[in-house]
Write a protein of this length. Structure first.
Length: 465
């Protein structure tokens, strides 16, 4: 059985000038010219389309023109289907950037307003093919049988190079991890929990490792007395403000000492992340309004309007396995006979019609001490003024802290809602006459008492609906 993957890529942009040359790089590069995997085309303002599309490092069934879909915010989404990369690597949305070609300077300019986890969506479809090898083992082969046998074995190994070979004692897939990997921290290694124990894998070991069932904890950084593990992904939030990062994820933010090491070794850490199939970006520290970047050991400071990602860090001494995000977070909450279950997307899809036997409550949202369940859909009403919304729904409206979490995690919550068959979030009221929106943690204040927004109910995390 041979398996490959086909992807669908949706990218949302704000309108650009007519005829502008737009490039979407898909390989996490620092400049558009260095990309080896990108989609490029000219923007047609009249049709809201992308024309004269070229694909570099990948193929797509979409062709040379794609029509955009315009939403209520006048943002345009382009969808590319049937994508396969030349090197068979999967596209990760955290590696996507939007660039505009500036003809006056003959340079590509990155769109700093493009937010990877909010403005891009990647869907992956697994496809398999069964290949049958039929051999003639008749006696007429004579002394040539060993040649046929060798060629058949080579054919199978070519199709399935990662299949365990019990006859090869040097095959990593068949060996005890204790004999393969270090249990002592190694700088810029991958911390992995295998069968309940933490091991540290170099990039070479990782390339040949069978990590089925293992938990990839993060990148190990050793510098002097500091020994810590950096998560392979940022927390599932948008770029947000330090106040909210500290309020909900403060225990995960790197200390000043850790952050200075990250700044001094930023490119080494970023390259190590890439070797393990991950990425790295600028992020907040535990010091107020202070962030790390590729600053040669210097930390940046910003005013209250600065926004960065939250990349969690824990000391090497932290218990293994590290679970950066609560297991129930962004799962579907269902209930039957008073018993509550939390379903992943795979479990949800596998249930099929059996889901009708359950009471579907909503999506679990957990950020620090804030734990609540948000409904899959708005209430079946029109947009309404706050006085009416509160009189009808009261404490079923989100509190301000819950609204802040919704605003900070708007894209991630939306993705979960859509995956479980719900309807995307719209601007919605909180209990204090403010409203949540895609605001990186901010809540909106209505312009007057006649402002109208929707109602998306929330429920206590512990209690049944």
């Amino acid at each position: 059985m041979q398996t490959n993957y086909v992807q669908t890529l949706a990218i949302k942009i704000q309108g650009v000038s007519n005829g502008a040359l737009v490039r979407f790089t898909l390989d996490n590069v620092a400049s558009a010219e260095r990309s080896e995997c990108y989609i490029e085309g000219n923007f047609n303002l009249r049709d809201r389309s992308l024309e004269n599309i070229t694909y570099h490092g990948l193929t797509s069934t979409t062709g040379t023109t794609v029509n955009g879909v315009v939403d209520e915010r006048r943002e345009i989404t382009f969808t590319f289907e049937g994508i396969q990369t030349d090197n068979n690597k999967l596209i990760v949305k955290d590696f996507i950037d939007e660039w505009i070609y500036i003809s006056s300077s003959n340079q590509w300019q990155i769109n700093s307003e493009f937010i990877k986890d909010q403005d891009s969506k990647v869907e992956t479809e697994e496809r398999s093919a069964a290949i049958m090898l039929v051999l003639d083992c008749s006696s007429s082969l004579g002394n040539d049988f060993s040649i046929v046998q060798s060629n058949a074995k080579s054919f199978v190994e070519t199709l399935c190079p990662s299949v365990e070979n019990p006859d090869n004692p040097d095959d990593p897939a068949t060996q005890d991890p204790e004999t393969l990997y270090s249990t002592k921290p190694i700088d810029l290694s991958l911390a992995v929990n295998i069968n309940g124990k933490r091991y540290y894998l170099t990039s070479e070991q990782y390339a040949n490792a069978n990590l089925s069932g293992a938990v990839k904890e993060g990148l190990t950084v050793l510098q002097g007395d500091e020994q810590f593990i950096i998560a392979l992904k940022s927390m599932p939030t948008s770029m947000t403000y330090w106040t909210y990062a500290n309020t909900y994820y403060g225990s995960y933010l790197p200390t000043a000492a850790q952050a200075k090491i990250i700044s001094a070794r930023y490119n080494y850490i970023s390259n190590a992340m890439s070797s393990f199939g991950a990425y790295f970006n600028y992020g907040w520290t535990s010091s107020k309004n202070t962030y790390y970047y590729a600053g040669g050991g210097v930390l940046g400071t910003t005013d209250v309007d600065g926004r960065f990602y939250i990349r969690p860090v824990l000391p090497v001494s932290a218990p293994s396995p590290i679970q950066w995000n609560p297991e129930e977070d962004l799962k579907l909450v269902v209930e039957k006979d008073g018993k509550r279950s939390y379903l992943s997307t795979e479990q949800y899809e596998a249930m099929g019609e059996n889901l009708d036997d359950y009471n579907v409550i909503g999506i679990a949202v957990i950020s620090g001490s804030e734990k609540f369940i948000i409904a899959l859909k708005d209430e079946p009403t029109d947009a309404m003024i706050w006085d009416t919304a509160y009189s009808l729904y009261g404490t079923r409206l989100p509190t301000d802290p819950q609204g802040i979490v919704i605003s900070m995690r708007y894209s991630s919550i939306n993705s979960a809602i859509e995956a479980f068959g719900g309807r995307s979030l719209r601007y919605g009221w909180t209990q204090t006459s403010r409203y949540f929106y895609d605001g990186n943690g901010l809540l909106g204040s209505p312009s007057d008492s006649n402002s109208k927004f929707y109602v998306r109910c929330v429920y206590p995390f512990e209690d049944a609906q």
